[in-house]
Design a protein. Sequence first.
Length: 359
Amino acid sequence: MTSKNSSGSGIDSLTITRPDDWHLHVRDGEMLRAVLADSASQFGRAIIMPNLRPPVVATEQAGAYRQRILAALEQAGLGGRFEPLMTLYLTDNTTAEEIGRAAQSGFVKAVKLYPAGATTNSDAGVTDLLGRCAPALEALQRHGLPLLVHGEVTDPAIDLFDREAVFIDRVMIPLRKAFPELKVVFEHLTTKEAVAYVSQAEGPIGATITPQHLLYNRNAIFLGGVRPHFYCLPVLKRETHRLALVEAATSGNPRFFLGTDSAPHIRGLKEHACGCAGCYTALHAMALYATAFDAMGRLDKLEAFASFNGADFYGLPRNTGTLTLLRRETPIPERLERGGLEIVPLAGGESLGWTVQQD
């Protein structure tokens, strides 16, 4: 990491090893072509989520999806600049043999657990993790493939804001007791309870943290009315939880790393009677993270969080290129028009104090 201070009042440029995004939705078809360049212009690699319709449940499907992403990169003139790391969608019917095929493929890097009904396109998710999924989990542990966990229970009796904390007791602790060598990523942390668990748990565990959960608390959803573009799952929480996430991300603890969970939806599906969950952050992801780290006076910790910790957890080499951030007041567009699709980025109409220097 290198930094430059030309004003004497603080760092005004920061060059880090090219970062990776360890949790990304790029969808498919027109939406894929509309959003992919935003991630590829900042990140060297990304873990691609499998919750398409239909979901990516087999290695062959993941390979075909990967080819569509690579074709979209070529079409955008970004071939060779960005590597999609593929995942499978865990279901009650995932076999140990399919996990073996995934491990041998070389391009499937993880398997994703969605509790049934937990978030967008999760209807095919798991209903009996330690029962019907036990053979697949044992195979994951044996092959060293990480299990990526959407950490919320879907019990309607549990308050929406408590579902992550309850998940730790009901699912995470029994899971890791049964499979102590299984590599687990607790994705998009939102609570101080989850931070404490990941910090203290034994065995191979990591966690991703999104920019929206570092910068905003649940008040953002309701400021001046219902603001659907701040609605994501897991939902934003209280300020005490946000502060715990910021402390974890900026602490230097290698268990915490960058995962945007950037999740594009067309504007009409967000501003809807039953609006979709997901924040579109790929456009300005690194500027958002820099803003959060800068607010804590810990820009020196950003490179490890964004560029080293995730690669080390996955056992992949660190990137060799670099990315430079500049301290510059940068307005976020209120909306994006991409290939006939209208997308609203997180905090559209506001300004950030950082921007990515374009090549």
